[in-house]
Write a protein that binds this ligand. Sequence first.
Ligand code: SF4
Ligand code: SF4
Length: 306
Amino acid sequence: MNDAKTAPIDPNEAKTAVLDYCKRKGALVAGVADLAAIDRFAPPGHRPRDMFPTVKSVISLGVGGQTQGAWKVPSRALGFFGSSEGRAYKTAFGLAYFIEGKYGMPSIYCPADNDPLGGTRLPFQSMKLHAELAGLGARSLAGDILLHPVYGYMYYASVFTELELPPDKPMEGNPCPTPSCVDLFRKGGQTPCMKFCPVQCLSGDIDGEGRQAAMRYEMARCAEMSEQYEALPGMLGAAMAAPDAQAREGVLHDPDNAILWYKMSVGSGGLLGQCFECMRVCPIATKAPLADPIRRAAQAKKEAAR
Ligand code: SF4
Ligand code: SF4
């Protein structure tokens, strides 16, 4: 029997239990975003109440990204390595069940998918906004990818619940750009992420204090490079417009196009991932104190021995 349905719930105790669950299941960070703040920034139709009208709290969690070794693979392989987001979603799914089971409060795992009414570039909800407002990362010069000063680059997932939990605050500082990025920018007008983006879709400015002054991101160029589901209609259009069967076969089986069929058939996340080159050269993503899973394991062993 779930006596929590009748007993009053202490929001602080519940928050501790919720955040502990996230950490136990592998989240590096977890927090609660302020619902009123989300409503201020998210556009109408994409606020938590638009998906779950009785929501009282938005919980965000982050899991680590690639292994340290993955940053060394060639660029054509790197796009296939960014798949730990599944762990974030799994943890969020489990958390929704955990809250319903322990507290009897309706909860949902918030899908990270695009809104069918909005096309391929408009998500139902912004996991990034939830995580930012919960204090789990700050917007970087690399297309606003969130970065954390300790854990670097993470994947985020959200849970909406009727359980009332006290909200956290956004991070006070922003680790991006690092001093070495500022130096490079002063010398050549580009930070490492800008310089090594293969389609040059990142630009921006840094002020006299070494802080972000502007971030510019040409999403369409990045998407063309890395979100290949957008390439499929183009390829099919070219095949349909081919003058004869041989030319049509040439389009469908062209080596550049055939890889799309491969990715689809194996359900590869490489169809819609990033190309990751901006993160490969980012000192926070790769070198933040606990961005490296090898260092995280060493730290965990040290803590367990205390
Ligand atoms: S994912 Fe690739 S294309 Fe997109 S911003 Fe990063 S480096 Fe550029
Ligand atoms: S490389 Fe990383 S830390 Fe440097 S400016 Fe780009 S996102 Fe920021």
